[in-house]
Structure formats: C-alpha cells, structure tokens
Design a protein around this ligand. Structure first.
Ligand code: SF4
Ligand code: SF4
Length: 338
C-alpha cells in the first residue's frame, strides 16, 4: 500500500477521497468505487501503486494520438482498476478486477519504467493507458516527474473523470492527453458508465485552455449514443469551447463486456464523420480500416500524413508542422527531435 495524495479527513476516522468526482466517503477498512483506494486507520492508501497489468511499446497512433509525434513509438503501461464501470468496457479484465487479484501482478518501481523508456532510442516517452490512469495517480505522477527530467514525453489516455485540483497538478507534467467523451447526455454516463458528464466536460475545458496537446475520442455505440442530433450538439460544443482545430477520433464499437449491440455500421461512422467535418478540421475514423484516416491540410487539401493501419508517413509537413504546399500551421506537435 502507498499513501494516497488527494483526500481529507471528515468525521472521526472517516476520509473523503477527492481524486475523482465520486468523492467517496470511506470508513476504516472500506474501499472506494474504483477498488484501488482504501481507508486504513483514518488515512487513505493506494492499493495498486506500481502494480502493472501491461507494459508494451506501441505506435503513438494506437493511443490514439495522430497529431503528436506521428509515426513514433511510445512505451505504454497500465495498472488495475477504474473509477468508471462502463457496460461496454474493452479492458474489463484489468479495469474491474477483484482486489484479491492485485497480488498476481508484478511491482515495478517508477525508476524501472523510466529506465525502460530511456533504453529504446526511438521511444518518445511513456503513455499511461489501458486502464484508467487517474486511479494510479501517484505512480503516474512519479513516473512523469522523473521522465520529464530526462526530456521524454508523458501521455495520459483518460476517461476525464478527475477532479480539477489533481488534474491541474498533472498539467505540469503531461505533454499530451487523449480524453474519451463517451456521450453528450448525462443519462448515458449515469446508466452505462456510473459517472456524470459535467466533470468530464470541465476536464476537457481545463486541458483545452492549458494549451497542452489534446485529442478527443468518441466511441459510437448503436442504440445508445448514435443520435445524429445529439452528435451535432456535441460537435457545436467542441467547436465553441475547444475550437475548430480540435483533433477528434470517431471509433467503431465492437460488442464487449455487458453490451451485445452489433458493431457500429460503416454508414453510421461515415455520417458522423461528415457531420463533424462541417465544423471540426481533424476528424478521424478509428477501428475501421475501410475508412480513410490520412491527414489533409484543411486549407488547401494537400496530403500531410499518410496512415495505413499503424504505418505512418509524414509527407506533406515542414519540420515546424506547416503544410509544405500552402504553409498553413497544422495543430499538433510534429517536431521529431525529442
Ligand atoms: S478515485 Fe476511487 S476512491 Fe477516490 S473518489 Fe474516485 S472512485 Fe472514489
Ligand atoms: S472508463 Fe474506460 S477503462 Fe474504465 S470502465 Fe470505462 S471503458 Fe473501461
């Protein structure tokens, strides 16, 4: 067990975890909704510190991040637990584990991960992903601080359900975020993900206004969040609050965990992408190789980045990240020198 960072003492030896908007109240011996934090004697502890369920080097496009060092590789790690409980979770074996399962996973010091990240010459840094990194906050932060000292990059792939204070601390160390926006309806979050929409919108606003690189991901689930009217409303919100230059991934759903809806039809993906492109410059299909996911210049249409599954070629950009043909500056971080 490792001391947790964000909590306060309430009455007697009860504590309130303030890491995420669930703000769990825990009596001694109780465990939070994420299954990863417990009250021991009036102090809050992390149960998953340094327990890694996955360590793998991935293309950065797999996070997905398309405008952040395209074509590079990043060491990616995941732990256990999640503060949401999505019926459609693609990683439920590690996001919803029984606490007894934790002992099966190896402990790795943050320094081990930093050394591993430094070892491979072409690796740009460390991505916190696979399960929700918010619930291994202390470990992520320690790795990120150490990695920064070595000049490498930190990436957080998150559901965005995190309180503002811990998020603002992360902004000092995280270089790029991918944030899931699963729906524009609170009702969806309440019923299918045991969460609420507002804190996630607030997290997106905070990251967007920080200037740190951010991409958004939306998974279209037939029958649950595939209303074009709702989608238009969400796209307007993104344009108004994050700008037309936002990078948005629209992903194909496959049945997983508790949901049995059929996979997202390609026609639905095409319709959603077309609607989004009316307002947002960079909209990409995910999990669907039938659809074009190259980057074109929004000003002159020139091909900038070609992608075939995870093979990426940057062909039309200058080293400063401008279109070679018309010199438009493209949103993102393209300098390949780390
Ligand atoms: S991080 Fe876990 S313990 Fe803390 S408030 Fe969220 S769900 Fe509860
Ligand atoms: S937020 Fe992500 S990891 Fe957590 S339960 Fe939902 S889909 Fe799974």
């Amino acid at each position: 067990m490792y001391p947790a960072s964000y909590y306060k003492n309430t009455v007697g030896r009860q504590v309130q975890c303030t890491l995420c908007p669930h703000n769990c109240l825990l009596l001694p011996g109780e465990i939070g909704r994420c299954q990863t934090r417990t009250n021991k004697g009036g102090r809050l502890f992390s149960l998953n510190y340094g327990l890694l369920s996955a360590v793998s080097t991935d293309p950065i496009e797999k996070k997905p991040l398309y405008h952040f060092y395209p074509g590079s590789s990043i060491l990616s790690i995941g732990s256990l637990g999640c503060n949401l409980s999505c019926d459609f979770c693609q990683n439920c074996s590690i996001s919803q584990p029984e606490p007894e399962a934790f002992s099966q996973y190896p402990f790795r010091e943050p320094g081990d991960m930093v050394q591993k990240a430094l070892f491979h010459r072409d690796n740009i840094g460390l991505a916190f992903t696979y399960n929700e990194p918010t619930v291994f906050y202390e470990y992520m932060l320690e790795c990120a601080i150490q990695l920064r000292e070595h000049g490498l990059k930190n990436v957080m792939v998150t559901n965005g359900f995190i309180n503002q204070e811990p998020l603002r601390t992360l902004l000092k160390y995280i270089d790029a975020f991918n944030i899931d926006l699963k729906s524009f309806r609170n009702d969806f979050y309440r019923k299918l993900a045991t969460a609420s929409l507002r804190p996630i919108l607030d997290a997106i606003l905070t990251v967007a206004s920080s200037g740190i690189h951010m991409e958004l991901t939306y998974l279209i689930i037939p029958g649950y969040n595939d209303s074009p009217a709702e989608w238009k409303e969400m796209i307007r919100w993104i344009e108004d609050n994050c700008g037309a230059e936002t990078i948005l991934h629209v992903s194909k759903y496959f049945p997983r965990h508790k949901l049995t809806s059929p996979p997202t039809p390609t026609q639905t993906m095409e319709l959603f992408i077309a609607i989004a492109r009316e307002r947002i410059h960079y909209v990409y299909p995910g999990n669907n190789p039938q659809l074009d996911n190259h980057t074109h210049c929004p000003a002159c249409g020139a091909m900038l980045i070609e992608r075939e599954v995870y093979r990426t070629r940057v062909t039309g950009l200058t080293e400063q990240g401008s279109c070679k043909q018309c010199q438009k500056k493209i949103k993102g971080v393209f300098n390949t020198v780390i």
